[in-house]
Ligand binder design. Structure first.
Ligand code: T46
Length: 137
């Protein structure tokens, strides 16, 4: 449920040489990490996402710059601003997400619980609403 989503603080080790943040699977992130990818060089005004996943869970971090992530569980929508490399957003299964308002130089790191599988995507909003209203999925 979107009402349970929140930005999580990531461990930050400050140092005169610069800062370091770290996450470990099954400890800071509630799944084993099967894949990492990152989104960058997003032109101003472009949005990404616009789909949900049946199985995949993901953890998003703005490594640089900022962007917003809107989560929608079919009932409620909430928008989060990701603008610190020491904060992350967990996206559970069955949540429609869109990513907007990328600043110049924004880099979005995504840690994912599964390898890439196009069959896991729900890319049409009406199918998503059917999916979430079907308790047997
Ligand atoms: C998500 C948001 C946050 C691959 O071949 N392998 C991959 O691991 C990924 C993630 C994508 N692709 C291909 C599939 C498309 O042809 O790369 C192309 C762009 O993917 P997509 O349009 O799904 O990108 P976004 O930024 O809209 O969504 C991505 C993830 O796909 C998605 O799971 O939640 O980032």
């Amino acid at each position: 449920k979107v009402s349970e989503a929140c930005l999580t603080d990531i461990k930050k080790i400050t140092d005169y040489r610069g800062n370091l943040s770290v996450v470990e699977e099954l400890k800071d992130i509630p799944f084993k990490i099967a894949r990492a990818y990152w989104v960058y060089d997003v032109p101003g005004g472009e949005c990404r996402g616009g789909h949900a996943h049946k199985t995949l869970k993901q953890f998003l971090v703005a490594l640089s710059g900022s962007f917003t992530v809107t989560l929608d569980d079919g009932t409620e929508k909430r928008t989060f601003l990701l603008n610190h490399p020491y904060q992350g957003l967990l996206i559970e299964t069955g949540i429609w997400r869109t990513m907007d308002d990328f600043s110049s130089g924004a880099v979005c790191l995504v840690l994912a619980s599964e390898v890439y599988d196009e069959d896991d995507y729900i890319r049409e909003y009406d199918k998503f609403l059917e999916y979430v209203s079907d308790a047997d999925h």
